[in-house]
Design a protein around this ligand. Structure first.
Ligand code: RIB
Ligand code: CA
Length: 340
């Protein structure tokens, strides 16, 4: 399957990208960079460096918007680190960005391969909204769309009711869902929202299992009692960088009383897009609040047609965390072993 990824690389975006590089059946057509966790240029640097780390310097990387559609950009260095990849220090990529704008790249790809490309969006929806403005036929031209974003009847992670991606650019999210209203059910975006992505909760044991699957001789121990900011000593480069990213993410989640764990939202969305995980969905009409000051970015789902408006989303309602981590360990472990 052929996939376009738009991300705001960040730690869980990085895991999504690494995972996609581990999947031989996935053709990664392009990776585009939206500002969110960090600014767009840092996102792009992270994408270039991660693709090189994973042996995929052939995959084009581009930047589009450098700010949300209407509100000022707010980044979150305390969540993902000042460079967006936790404690990891990735070698700078030798190649540079594509000259084309991300939005033009998306439209060109979708027009040249109608019905073939799946869009995976793990960032604020700024670039995707701009692409839909420029090419309103995108919902018909794309084979499918998977979005990580929103929270439905579940507390937000950015405000009491709003999730990060829809909060950073609420107007873009509102435009994206509006663009899909009335599409046939099998063309509606699959939405991975917090109520199911927070079930994909990585623990240090998963990291230890990854190192073992990668053939590391030493156990990869990341422990709650460690001094903050320790660095991995794994000789395997991919294991070392993933460990340094996740240690930062574990420390962040503990800081916010969620335990020494990491909710790897975007990795789950990548498995949905790649077709390598089991999940169920419920069709709904999604509203994104853009006006009420305390509620900006909040997503609400009408599952029962009470608003009398056409459905515009299929919201993931069930997933399988244990299977998701078994898939991560085996696939990324095999990639790490190959890369050495
Ligand atoms: O709320 C989680 C989402 O916001 C994830 O995509 C994470 O990377 C951050 O961008
Ligand atoms: Ca993200």
């Amino acid at each position: 399957m052929s996939l376009l990824l738009d991300c705001d690389t960040g730690i869980d975006d990085a895991l999504a990208l690494i995972y996609l590089c581990s999947q031989p059946h996935v053709e990664l057509v392009a990776v585009t960079s939206t500002p969110g966790n960090v600014d767009a240029d840092q996102v792009a640097r992270n994408n270039l460096a991660l693709l090189e780390l994973c042996g995929r310097p052939d995959v084009p990387v581009a930047v589009g918007a450098r700010a949300p559609l209407r509100v000022p950009l707010v980044t979150t260095p305390d969540t993902h680190g000042p460079q967006g990849i936790g404690y990891a220090e990735l070698p700078q990529a030798r190649r540079t960005l594509e000259p084309s704008d991300a939005v033009d790249l998306w439209i060109e790809a979708a027009r040249s391969r109608p019905g073939e490309l799946t869009a995976l969006l793990t960032a604020p929806l700024t670039n995707f909204a701009l692409a839909l403005r420029a090419e309103p036929r995108l919902p018909e031209l794309l084979k499918g769309v998977v979005i990580m974003g929103g929270a439905f009847f579940y507390q937000g992670n950015t405000t009491p009711t709003a999730e990060w991606n829809t909060h950073v650019d609420p107007h873009a999210a509102a435009e994206v869902f509006a663009a899909f209203a009335g599409q046939p059910e099998d063309r509606l975006p699959i939405v991975c929202a917090l109520e199911t992505t927070e079930r994909i909760e990585m623990h240090p044991e998963h990291l230890a299992a990854l190192a073992e699957a990668a053939g590391c001789n030493e156990p990869e121990l990341v422990r709650p009692g460690d001094a903050g900011g320790l660095r991995s000593r794994a000789r395997n480069g991919l294991v070392r960088h993933v460990s340094d990213m996740l240690r930062f993410y574990f420390e962040f989640h503990r800081l916010y009383d969620q335990g020494y764990v990491a909710h790897v939202h975007d990795y789950f969305a990548a498995t949905v897009a790649a077709g390598t995980t089991r999940f169920a969905t419920r069709t709904a009409t999604v509203h994104v609040e853009t006006e009420a000051p305390r509620l900006v970015g909040t997503t609400v789902a009408d599952f029962r047609g009470l608003w009398g408006e056409a459905p515009n989303a299929r919201i993931v309602s069930e997933n399988e965390p244990a299977a998701a981590f078994a898939e991560f360990v085996s696939s990324v472990g095999a990639l790490a072993r190959r890369l050495g």
